[in-house]
Design a protein around this ligand. Structure first.
Ligand code: ADP
Ligand code: MG
Length: 504
């Protein structure tokens, strides 16, 4: 009886392991597909991209979880054809209008707002030029009430502006000297079609946000309107994405930082592209010869991605089905829920967890990625943290040691796939930049921000070792990753400073 129960559970885990497998050859394929997407994304304005994805899935109703080799080949060919016809790419490759990253000479007091997904932060940064750099950084963090994530624009931006009003009310009237207007960098980490350094329209929401009346609107205008209502006299000098902020903050401290990556609630990346390699960049080329591109890689999709029945169900039940597939395989918002779905399947098919009330197990997002991380890192001899997390979050009590070990293995499979895919995405960008080959003496530094990378040690280590595996020992010596904590907020203040109305 017990043996049979274990065999059933083992079978589920074995299938999961097989579906999540990311051997180096496969990751090389993912990196190559990513590189190809980056090129396609630079060519066209990407406007038709969502259409492309939808029609693709309709053509092959069984979707992207099919696994047979023949089918994968057919799907891939189909996708290439789709890309050719539309001329675009599934990832948007947004021109950021940031052509000069902050160089250190910036001075003065600047503010930043960082709206990323889970929390939003307000920052005040005192910059003191080349030698002294950031002399003071103060911030507060506010979590976004859940109902505002799917309410209307006025409420959401009103909430943000009121937090900002509170923040500056505490500092008294004379903080910014000389009668100057306060200036703010706005980090808004959702896909935006940028129209200038300080304006851009929201393309769509991601990460379980659904404030429908904001789509298509200029988010800076919305914020500015809300600030006026609250009596906040402040100018939004820059609108940026968190990846661009992370890249800016990273390169402020180390000029070899050329890629910024977010691994938090969501996932995305930005990098420095040569302006003359961006066909869709119209008008005069920037003097620096460079332009930061926000890839919006969260929407990357390739038939080479290893996916499972759990990913498919998660996607179908999400607020944005068939979108952000790469993000759903990688980022912190989703990892916990993938693990929950695997555990639910096991609980349904056998009694390894005993007699469980499945109400909790069936509730989306009750198991969070920090819980997965805590279970994965459990070093107690009897895996008591695993036991506690299962009981607390999923009402799975009285687990056997064998069952807990299995749960740790599931966390490991799901998280390794995530970290390895993130590494493959980074390698795709490095290759697109023509870097990271053996003999390339330039340093290539990747600034990474986000709670998943910062706190989940196994994830971070796996990402780093996969980079070495994919690039090779020699080439990887010139490539390094750097945690750039709060880079997304600091970067916004730095870019606001670089684009200050008072700058000469
Ligand atoms: P945001 O992406 O909203 O800007 P963060 O960068 O702070 O916010 O990332 C928050 C996300 O990081 C959480 O949603 C969670 O998925 C992940 N995270 C936070 N703490 C941990 C942890 N201890 N272990 C694993 N993941 C974590
Ligand atoms: Mg963030």
């Amino acid at each position: 009886m017990v043996a049979a129960v274990e065999a059933v559970a083992e079978q589920v885990v074995a299938q999961l392991r097989e579906d999540c497998a990311t051997p180096a050859a496969r990751l090389d394929g993912v990196a190559a597909a990513m590189e190809e997407e980056l090129r396609a994304g630079l060519r066209e304005d990407g406007g038709s991209k969502i259409e492309m994805i939808v029609s693709y899935v309709d053509d092959l109703p069984n979707g992207y979880c099919a696994t047979s080799a023949a089918r994968l080949a057919a799907m891939e060919e189909e996708m290439r054809a789709g890309l050719r016809e539309e001329g675009g790419s599934k990832i948007k490759m947004i021109v950021s209008y940031v052509d000069n990253l902050p160089n250190g000479s910036e001075e003065g007091l600047f503010y930043a707002l960082d709206l990323g997904g889970t929390n939003f932060r307000v920052l005040r940064v005192q910059l003191a030029g080349k030698e002294k750099r950031v002399v003071k950084l103060e911030s507060t963090e506010v979590s976004i009430p859940h109902h505002l994530m799917s309410g209307n624009a006025e409420e959401l931006f009103g909430f943000i502006a009121s937090a900002l009003a509170k923040f500056i009310a505490d500092e008294g009237p004379n903080k910014v000297l000389g009668g100057k207007q306060r200036e703010l960098g706005f980090t808004f980490s959702f896909p935006v079609r940028q129209t200038s350094i300080a304006s851009g329209t929201l393309i769509k929401w991601t990460k379980e946000f659904a404030v429908d009346d904001a789509v298509g609107e200029d988010v800076v205008a919305e914020l500015q309107k809300a600030m006026e209502k609250q009596g906040v006299d402040m100018r939004v000098s820059a609108l940026i994405n968190d990846t661009v902020g992370t890249l800016a903050a990273g390169s402020y401290n180390d000029e070899d930082v050329v890629i910024g990556v977010i691994l938090g609630t969501g996932s995305n990346a930005a990098y420095v592209e040569k302006a003359d390699a961006i066909p869709k960049l119209k008008g005069e080329l920037p003097k620096s010869g460079n332009m930061v591109i926000n890839t919006e890689w969260g929407n990357f999709f390739s038939s080479r991605l290893p996916t499972t029945e759990y990913d498919q169900a998660l996607d179908e039940e999400s607020v944005n089905p068939r979108e952000q597939i790469f993000e759903k395989l990688i980022s912190g918002l989703y990892l916990g829920d993938i693990v929950r779905r695997v555990l639910l399947k096991i609980a349904t098919q056998c009694s390894i967890f005993g007699d469980v009330d499945q109400t909790k197990l069936r509730s989306p997002f009750v198991l969070r990625t920090p819980d997965v991380s805590a279970m994965h890192h459990d070093e107690t001899p009897d895996l008591s943290i695993v036991a506690e997390k299962l009981a607390e979050n999923l009402k799975i009590a009285d687990t056997t040691f064998e069952a807990r070990k299995m749960v740790v293995e599931i966390c490991d499979i799901v998280t390794s796939r995530s970290a390895r895919l993130a590494a493959a995405g980074i390698v795709g960008i490095i290759r697109k930049m023509g870097r990271g080959t053996a003999g390339d003496k330039r340093r290539t530094v990747i600034a990474i921000d986000g709670g998943l990378f910062e706190h989940y040690v196994e994830f971070r280590q796996c990402l780093e070792s996969t980079l070495v595996e994919l690039l090779g020992e020699e080439a990887s010596q010139s490539v390094s990753v750097k945690l750039t904590k709060d880079g997304s907020g600091l970067g916004a203040a730095l870019i606001a400073a670089a684009h200050s109305q008072y700058a000469n």
